[in-house]
Design a protein around this ligand. Sequence first.
Ligand SMILES: *Cc1c(COP(=O)(O)O)cnc(C)c1O
Length: 490
Amino acid sequence: MKFIETRGNDGRKSESVQFSEAILDPLASYGGLYVPKNLPDFGIDFLAKHKESSYQELAKSVLEAFDIDIKESLIDAALERYSSFDDPNNPVPVTQVEDDLFICELYHGPTRAFKDMALQPFGVILSSLAQERGEQYLIMAATSGDTGPATLETFKNRENIKVTCLYPAGGTSDVQRLQMVTEDAPNLKVIGIEGNFDDAQEALKSLLASKEFKDVLQRNETKLSAANSVNFGRIIFQTIYHIHSYLELYREGAIELGDPIYLIVPSGNFGNALGAYYVKVAGVPIEKILIASNANNILTEFITTGKYDLRQKKLIQTNSPAMDILKSSNVERVLYDKFGAQRTKELMDQLNSENYYELTADELKEIQKDFAAIFSSDEEVEETIKEYLERGYIMDPHTATCIKAYRKIREKMLPTVAYSTAEWTKFSPTIAKSVGLEANSDKEALDQIASRFGLKIPEKIASLYEKEIKHLKIVQKSDIMSEMIYFIEA
Ligand SMILES: *Cc1c(COP(=O)(O)O)cnc(C)c1O
């Protein structure tokens, strides 16, 4: 399968590329993104064939259908990573919490958040491709919490890849910070910066624009790639579990093959929701994709009014920080799929120059055929956590935003899957607060919740507090370049 560009081709890049090219060098012409030229068919025949498939079998078949230029042995090695999840035979459990509500838990991987679903296999593929080509790659991540740990975990000790990870000192949870600063491998560098997530991202941007930095990369024969969801190598692995959820509902007797369901996706950069959209377009019977967000309600505004308006918006810190995003990169891929490259470029150019664009009424109707959206406040999230925890199901704050969508924006009473994107252990202070426990640290919150509700803290989290801290550096923005150069040249 070929990959083409959301904003059209500028004549410098190939008009279409193979999957391997699109993931090694993910930036397309005019700042656009790569998208598959056509989608496979995941309709009834495909679903019927996989009624009894394991997650890994389904995954393999999905990747085959995308017809990517990755050899079978490498695909097998990548999918083998799901065997390290809590239950190797069922890495993505789906749990019923209401008559017609099922929660698909995407957090049973090594860093306890849904980023592992894609980054675990993606890391194997990217590193092997780099090795085959004899090329060195640098991945620079700026993280507000979950992307950093998952990126470090997948690339640690992998050949031909170096990773730098910038995090805002004081801007992540203790667990998230410890997951990063205790990672021990020579190809990883973790740096705290004095400032917030925006400062970290800005520092990366100015680095990317700097001639001095580019010269250093060139001198060291190092290329840049990316591991965030602008990379289609992440998105492809984020289609699989949407098909799996549908099949799980069938296996649990909640639907017959062909019956429509709702999916609810707690969204930030829209990569998870985009995977759901592709699967819907490819024929899985999904009535609509319901987007759940927090007080940074730009996606809700866009989907309900057609306006993407950043002019009056400031980023708000919420208790679901992985969704604290205003520029949601993967909306662009939906625009491309619906309206084509010329219109997408027009809208994205306008967003860059005016911080604003607006769809026509017809275009908005098109978006609303597939999506509806609603957002929750921090207080609503806490109430939801409390309500479900008292009934015996513990969910993290991101997952909790789904419940309002379930209650308020379904037009039909169809079976519904909500995605759980993080384990409670990553956001224990919010859980503690929701149920009236007073804890002074993540550690206290973890222990109190575990003992009060009879829960187990997974070894991966409990052991963090005993591990040696390997990355102590916290620097000013102005010192980041020299830190990076030192690491690249080492
Ligand atoms: C990354 C993340 C999200 C948002 O996913 P997107 O694909 O960026 O929309 C939601 N919840 C958690 C816990 C995450 O880590």
